[in-house]
Design a protein around this ligand. Structure first.
Ligand SMILES: NC(=O)c1ccc[n+]([C@@H]2O[C@H](COP(=O)([O-])OP(=O)(O)OC[C@H]3O[C@@H](n4cnc5c(N)ncnc54)[C@H](OP(=O)(O)O)[C@@H]3O)[C@@H](O)[C@H]2O)c1
Length: 225
């Protein structure tokens, strides 16, 4: 049985990963709210930026879920917007990875972080999140090289996914229909679709894969129809 830590887990993609992984792995979730107990599951209620992280001896997998969707015209962005997006998307991940480096090395670990399709293709109003997520991609590639013989690092870059984070983009049926239409494959994502790729990257089947960014975009940034 592998031991997998998920920063997040209370809802969204992290919750889908926790539900899937806990069927046959030991899952440790950490986030600010509580969540219903799953099988093989331990939960720590904490804020990744503010609180101390619990000690774990050995980890086979680590998933960093916290992120943001802070969209506005560049002129209206304050420097503090960029700082807070960078803090939750990048520095939180740095803190967690540094804290669990030894545990991950002990467990021949696989780390998965999240980027966004807006780092692959320029989109208006995405200046802050695209900057932060591009940093996440750079971080993963750099760490994949530095720890090549011990720990794997990969990034999943989804398009709009039906989670609390994306609720402003999927407020009503009309918005949902428009969002489906925008995608060449005529749908946006459900969190379970993203979690399938994450669980694969955490598995031994992906032991040859490190330093990669995987786009799940229903065609949005890769296909023109
Ligand atoms: N949803 C999308 O459309 C979309 C698109 C592209 C990329 N992404 C990326 O995919 C990742 C997951 O997205 P999601 O939609 O599942 O996000 P979400 O619905 O906002 O879920 C985020 C999870 O992280 C936890 N979290 C947030 N801040 C935290 C903190 N300070 N300390 C500890 N835990 C914290 C939340 O739990 P608590 O609130 O309980 O702490 C929650 O469990 C993010 O990095 C996001 O940027 C999402």
């Amino acid at each position: 049985m592998k031991t997998i830590a998920i920063i997040g887990g209370s809802y969204g993609i992290g919750n889908a990963i926790a539900k899937e992984m806990s069927q046959s792995n030991q899952v440790i979730t950490m986030c600010r709210s509580n969540l219903d107990k799953l099988d093989n599951h331990q939960h720590y209620q904490n804020d990744v930026l503010a609180d101390q992280l619990p000690e774990i001896e050995s980890l086979n997998g680590l998933v960093y879920c916290p992120g943001s969707i802070n969209l506005k015209p560049f002129k209206r962005f304050k420097l503090d917007d960029f700082k807070s997006d960078f803090e939750i998307n990048v520095l939180g991940a740095v803190k967690v990875i540094q804290h669990y480096l030894r545990a991950l090395a002990n467990g021949n670990g696989s780390v998965v972080m999240f980027s966004t399709v807006a780092s692959q293709m320029g989109m208006p109003f995405h200046a802050s999140i695209a900057s932060s997520k591009s940093a996440v991609e750079g971080l993963a590639k750099s760490l994949a090289a530095e720890f090549a013989n011990q720990i794997r690092f990969n990034v999943v870059a989804p398009t709009v996914t039906d989670t609390p984070l994306a609720q402003k983009l999927l407020k009503n049926d009309k918005q949902k229909e428009l969002m489906k239409e925008r995608h060449p494959l005529k749908h946006y994502l459900q969190p379970e679709k993203v979690s399938k790729l994450v669980t694969y990257l955490l598995s031994d089947d992906a032991s040859a894969i490190s330093g990669q960014v995987f786009t799940i975009d229903a065609g949005l940034v890769t296909i023109k129809t």
